[in-house]
Write a protein of this length. Structure first.
Length: 487
DNA sequence: ATGTCC
């Protein structure tokens, strides 16, 4: 492909460390410049097509300040994964490409008061128990048989519905971004097909890079914030990384069709068909938005149900009560979602549609949407590693509002296709290698392990260092996997 | 990511 011969260094202009501009002349009709937040070394790994995607988004109507991408940026559908863009609520647009297919893919972290040495001797049994209790894999079905009414509950009330249904406690909801649900969801815009796919999957992990992982804290970078987050060295934590399954995928697919028509109807010029969108206040855009919120809420309900089964699994293995094991929710973040938020733009506060696609909200200390428990330090920002690699806990930092619409990165980007990974690695040997490093893995098939081998992802530590140095999120702690369940 | 192509 011709793109591979283009020099990335000729496409960007360095503004300061970790901060690069994609000038308005990169492609015709850019309304604002692009911004790419990467280190010198990460820059060389960015595909030219990713730069083009950041520039393409800059041509969309009503875009504010600049079209940006986080240090884990890579090619996505229309918008780059790692992309953040905010649009005016009147002059701007809403685009499914700016959210992605896995609506509200996200991460939550459960604390325990168990120590690494308490868990290591039981890790195989615990990982087996988690793998048994939380269905994983493509097309996997839930242990929970949702009725239509219960599905509506998940679509409209997210984690709150799940807690009311007996999956968790009230405090869980308070420790989710947006209290585990977004207002304005309307199931009238969710197709029968999306319901049909979503109904049996409510309470499933999914596949790909999604996982359920038992970890321990091995390093604290910021004692004060770690203390506010209830984290200390040697402590065991559980991380859940999953999304809205077939429901979100179908909702995205359905509305992409409608919005492709809307592009013509409203005469919007887009440089890439994958940037299908409609004017923010149009019927088409609002219908997508209301359906997207249903999928976002479904994902929060999904992670909440998985949390409940995680707690039950620990109870069974350790023979202790969840409260006794201190299994409270630290936080739950969305990294694929569009939201109405207030931001300061050119010196005045205004409401915008912020699209985060493979980017985590990272609101700083003092922001009213940060839960009271963390208000003095900033919201927890959870950055999952890939299978067998460290994950990071950060907190939203003071410059995020000015620099990145209150956003940070979301994880390690893939550097090798699934097909390539399956040729390069063998599941069984990857598994043996991980077990030699003290990491137990349970997956539906060895090919899943090959596709997700540690070597197919960029290092998340390099990505995390960029957002830390930029002052948009600060490093708090690092966690190391002990046991992983995957689909 | 995804009933990994209706």
């Amino acid at each position: 492909m011709e793109g591979e011969h283009r020099d990335i260094r000729c496409m960007v202009r360095k503004l300061s460390d970790n901060n690069w501009e994609i000038p308005k002349g990169h492609i015709p009709n850019m309304r604002v410049p692009g911004r790419l937040f990467v280190s010198e070394s990460l820059l060389d790994g960015i595909e030219p097509g990713t730069i083009d995607q950041i520039a393409n988004v800059a041509t969309l109507p009503g875009i504010q300040k600049y079209s940006m991408a986080m240090p884990d940026a890579h090619l996505g559908y229309g918008f780059a994964i790692g992309g953040v863009a905010a649009f005016d609520t009147e002059e701007g647009i809403i685009s499914p490409g700016g959210v992605g297919f896995d609506i509200n893919c996200g991460v939550r972290l459960i604390r325990t008061n168990l120590r690494k040495e308490d868990v290591v001797p039981e890790i195989k049994r615990l990982t087996d128990e988690l793998f048994t209790n939380v269905p994983a894999g493509v097309g996997s079905k839930s242990r929970f048989r949702a009725s239509d009414q219960e599905l509506d509950g998940a679509f409209l009330e997210g984690a709150k519905w799940a807690v009311d249904a007996g999956y968790g406690v009230e405090a869980d909801v308070e420790h989710c971004e947006g209290n585990g649900y977004l207002e304005g969801a309307d199931t009238a815009h969710v197709s029968t097909k999306a319901r049909k796919r979503g109904k049996p999957q409510l309470g499933t992990l999914g596949s790909g890079n999604h996982f359920l992982e038992v970890q321990y804290v091995d390093e604290i970078y910021d004692r004060e914030v770690a203390s506010a987050f209830g984290l200390e060295e040697g402590q065991v934590t559980v991380m859940i990384h999953c999304g809205s399954r077939g429901a979100g995928h179908q909702i995205c697919t359905d509305h992409l069709k409608e919005l492709s028509q809307a592009v013509k109807k409203y005469g919007i010029e887009i440089p890439d068909k994958q940037l299908a969108c409609a004017p923010a206040q149009s019927r088409e855009a609002q219908n997508y938005f209301k359906a997207m919120l249903c999928a976002a809420n479904y994902a929060w309900a999904n992670r909440q149900m998985i949390t409940h089964w995680t707690r039950e699994s620990f109870e069974k293995v350790f023979g202790r009560d969840v409260d006794d094991m201190g299994m409270s929710l630290l936080y739950d973040v969305a990294h694929n979602v569009a939201k109405l938020e207030d931001h300061n733009i050119e010196g005045r506060k205004k409401e915008v549609y912020v699209h985060r696609k493979g980017a985590t909200r990272a609101f700083p200390a003092g922001h009213p949407e940060v839960p009271a428990a963390y208000r003095d330090v900033g919201q927890p920002v959870l950055i999952p590693g890939s299978m067998g690699t460290p994950s990071f806990i950060l907190c939203g930092a003071k410059d995020s509002m000015d620099v990145s619409f209150g956003s940070a990165c979301h994880g390690a980007g893939r550097v090798m296709s699934r097909a390539h990974a399956k040729k390069e690695f063998h599941g069984q040997s990857v598994k043996e290698n991980l077990e030699a490093h003290g990491i137990t893995v349970r997956a539906t098939h060895p090919s899943v392990i090959a596709e997700e081998a540690p070597g197919v992802y960029k290092s998340s530590s390099e990505v995390v260092n960029v957002v830390h140095e930029l002052g948009i999120a600060r490093k708090v702690a690092r966690v190391i996997p002990l046991g992983v369940a995957k689909g």
